[in-house]
Ligand binder design. Structure first.
Ligand code: 8YV
Length: 323
């Protein structure tokens, strides 16, 4: 008998067909959130769960007595209670690799959009406010040949460093838990302590996963350490930054601007002061959001799930749960 699995969000037809070859598939086929009761009832019978950033905590696991594997369609896995999974002996996987280039592209869109004030200028033209004459008030700052500091040098960080060095001829500095000699050799990236990186970078990209150690890694003290001309980009998780401290730094000119794909609360509230600031570019958590990449992530998640259910070790078990 095929194992039963629950897919907690819509997935591409090809991924569903692949899953059906190996599993009995039950699914929540709506982009509206599944209600708790329905979710917990579905979990009672399944051995596998596919989710995309949905909370998997102790309470949820208590409704899933047969669960063997949770497959996350996401590289970040701060939605998973790792300790609870470990206690139950449940495997958890994520989707590293599938989205690196796509997220790196988005990070560069934020860098360019913030430096050259693209959304602000787009709004100005549409509002009929483009006048001939002195255009200095519309000037931005250069990106090419500047110094880029990357906090979190994983695969995505490396894809950003490659674009920075080879495309924009930037100097690259990075901070990470461990040194990355291969990135240093390939892109001339220089390792820095966090205070050094903050003090010397023109653009600072935060790309670290959210963990207990990185929660609010960037706060008042860190913004104060940046250049007044610095542009800060966050494409990791909103909780890696003290958002109130960031708002203050942007309001009082401690830094020049910010490009943000992630927020403490998502969706961001219309009352959030960040939305009133012209020196901030905001996106609705779109890092991996292209059709090709989201399809590839879903397929990778399905493969991870099936490997786990069929007794093979999936290639993308989250590091904390690897044997
Ligand atoms: C996910 C992301 O789509 O992979 C990640 O970590 O941030 C996005 O690509 C998102 O987390 C799904 O909820």
């Amino acid at each position: 008998m095929k194992p039963a699995v629950f897919v907690a969000r819509p997935i591409p037809a090809a991924v569903e067909a692949f899953l059906r070859e190996h599993c009995e598939v039950r699914k929540w086929d709506s982009y509206e959130p599944i209600g708790r009761d329905r979710y917990f009832a579905e979990l009672a019978a399944v051995e596998g769960l596919i989710t995309s950033g949905g909370l998997v905590n102790r309470e949820l696991l208590s409704h899933a007595p047969k669960l063997k594997i949770v497959s996350n369609i996401s590289v970040g896995y701060n939605n998973l209670d790792i300790e609870a999974l470990r206690e139950r002996g449940i495997v958890a996987t994520h989707t590293p690799g599938a989205l690196d280039e796509t997220v790196a592209d988005l990070v560069f869109s934020l860098i360019l959009a913030t430096a050259r004030r693209v959304p602000e200028m787009d709004k100005l033209v549409r509002a009929g406010e483009w006048r001939k004459g002195d255009d200095r008030v519309l000037f931005g700052v250069d990106v090419h040949h500047k110094k880029l500091g990357i906090i979190g040098m994983g695969r995505i960080g490396e894809a950003i460093a490659r674009r920075a060095k080879l495309g924009f001829r930037m100097d690259v500095a990075y901070h990470n838990r461990s040194r990355k000699p291969e990135v240093e050799a390939a892109y001339g990236a220089e390792y820095r302590t966090l205070p050094e990186l903050l003090a010397e970078s023109d653009f600072i990209v935060l790309m670290t996963p959210l963990t207990k150690d990185t929660e609010r890694l960037i706060g008042r003290e860190q913004f104060a350490a940046m250049k007044r001309s610095a542009i800060f980009i966050n494409a990791s998780r909103g909780q890696t930054v003290d958002e109130q401290a960031m708002i203050a730094a942007l309001q009082d000119g401690t830094i020049r601007g910010a490009g943000l794909d992630v927020f403490e609360q998502e969706p961001v509230s219309p009352d959030n002061p960040l939305l009133q600031l012209p020196n901030v570019v905001v996106l609705p958590h779109l890092g991996s959001a292209t059709t090709e990449t989201r399809d590839a992530m879903a397929m990778l998640a399905a493969r991870n799930l099936i490997d786990g259910l069929e007794g093979r070790t999936p290639p993308n078990v989250i590091p904390e749960l690897r044997a």
